[in-house]
Design a protein around this ligand. Structure first.
Ligand SMILES: [Zn+2]
Ligand SMILES: [Zn+2]
Length: 438
């Protein structure tokens, strides 16, 4: 399997003398398998030079599989310049997460409307197909590819490619689910010791990979002021990848404000941290033109999806019960969910919530932690004690970001634990991920 980086920048293309080493094009990675499958991860401006190479090298038809993590601009902007799509005998199968804001085709057509671009999507001569993906295991051009949601203010999928006896995992545009990575009283550095279920799921998804390509846009110092923007820093990546037994990590989605010297400094610090943890993890900052050939190894194992039956949820209308004794949050959350077409009911106390759940079972409960009377933990425990609500998804929404509270939430049985401040898109993406898993 061959991997080549064509775009390593996040947010906006950043050409110029300060980015010649690590590159200025936005996200795009090419993977070719030994059987000849062409997989393109994200279609940022790096897709333009990739397209030129494909056109120069290929005499016959080009059959590209384009896997988009999500459709933010820096991940699709290169698509209108993907020249193979302008040739009749070529084909492009485009994959992306099933989102809440229209189909993949509609979103891609939007950026090619006549106001923005001279050629509309429907006018492209190549055979283009669109595939809205759910979480789970897929076969794309004969390659086994697992998909799992990331934590980003949009529905965003990470991809795990298993082919040729190697595993490569693409995890771009993701931020830690929790400020604290490790659960108190457990030895740090092991997947089982990860505090938040979301981070543990993330670690399992990359387990034993030969190469993980991971978002590391910010430094640990920058991260607190960029929280909820959906990006990681190298310390999270190095720790979680080490715990997951990953061989090599490529840090990517470099911040447009970071020049080559700055990125090189991040690389040095990330390597020092990896050495300190000493699981043998190799770390580097991805750069444009970086090419590697991965050879099979005996430890490559297929990923087992934790929720094997993934169905499309885009057509379903879900009922969400929001429980909060603080009117402002209740209104904010209710409005956000109604805008996403959920049927929403609300309760202002734990006991009222339990009575409502007994009368009409919702698909998901969004639950405040600290409430007068029965608090969120007590409600969760009561739900878990009854067979009919044992598996009812509970998303706890709270200002309690500390380790003991997070631990208490998961110990009580919450499905997800979302802390304030949160952004509405991030919150609704987490709601959708919870529902997709039920
Ligand atoms: Zn991005
Ligand atoms: Zn994004």
């Amino acid at each position: 399997m061959k991997v080549r980086f064509w775009g390593t920048r996040g947010s906006i293309a950043t050409p110029g003398p300060g980015t010649t080493r690590f590159g200025g094009n936005t996200s795009c990675v090419e993977i070719t398998t030994n059987s000849g499958a062409l997989l393109i991860f994200d279609c940022g401006t790096g897709a333009h030079p990739l397209a030129a190479k494909l056109m120069a090298e290929n005499q016959g038809a080009i059959n590209a599989n384009i896997l988009l993590g999500h459709t933010h601009w820096d991940h699709i902007q290169g698509f209108p310049f993907f020249s193979p799509a302008f040739v009749k005998d070529n084909s492009a199968a485009i994959y992306g997460p099933e989102g809440s804001h229209g189909t993949l085709q509609k979103v891609l057509a939007g950026q090619m409307e006549f106001t923005y671009f001279p050629v509309e999507l429907a006018q492209l001569p190549a055979a283009i197909s669109y595939h809205d993906l759910t979480e789970g295991i897929h076969t794309i051009d004969g390659v086994r590819i697992a998909a799992q949601f990331l934590d980003h203010p949009a529905m965003t999928l990470g991809y795990r490619v298993e082919a040729d006896g190697v595993v490569v995992v693409y995890l771009v545009d993701h931020e830690p689910f929790s400020d604290e990575l490790w659960r108190a009283g457990t030895p740090p550095g092991h997947i089982e010791s990860i505090l938040h279920d979301g981070d543990r799921r993330h670690a399992h998804f990359m387990a034993n990979a030969d190469l993980v390509i991971h978002d590391a846009q910010y430094t640990p110092q920058e991260y607190p002021s960029k929280k909820t923007w959906g990006h990681s820093s190298y310390d999270y990546v190095v720790q979680i990848a080490s715990a997951a037994g990953v061989r090599k990590v490529a840090l990517t989605h470099h911040d447009p404000g970071h020049n080559d010297d700055f990125v090189a400094e991040i690389e040095a610090k990330a390597r020092a941290l990896a050495d300190q943890i000493s699981t043998g993890l190799e770390v580097f900052c991805a750069y444009e033109g970086c090419e590697m050939t991965l050879v099979p190894n005996a430890t490559a194992r297929p990923f087992v999806a934790p929720d094997p039956s993934q169905e499309s949820v885009s057509e379903r209308r879900f009922h969400v019960l929001v429980v909060d004794d603080y009117p402002a949050t209740l209104t904010l959350v209710t409005q956000a969910l109604e805008q996403e077409n959920y049927t929403v009911s609300s309760a202002t106390s734990g006991s009222q919530a339990l009575a409502m759940i007994e009368a009409l079972m919702p698909d998901l409960v969004v639950l405040d932690y600290k409430m007068r009377g029965m608090d969120g933990l007590a409600v969760t425990k009561a739900l878990r004690a009854r067979p009919e609500t044992q598996n009812l998804p509970v998303l706890m929404l709270t200002g309690m970001t500390d380790e003991p509270s997070t631990r208490a939430g998961f110990d009580a049985g919450v499905t997800d634990y979302v802390t304030k401040p949160f952004s509405i898109p991030q919150f609704t993406a987490r709601v959708r991920a919870c529902l997709a898993r039920t």
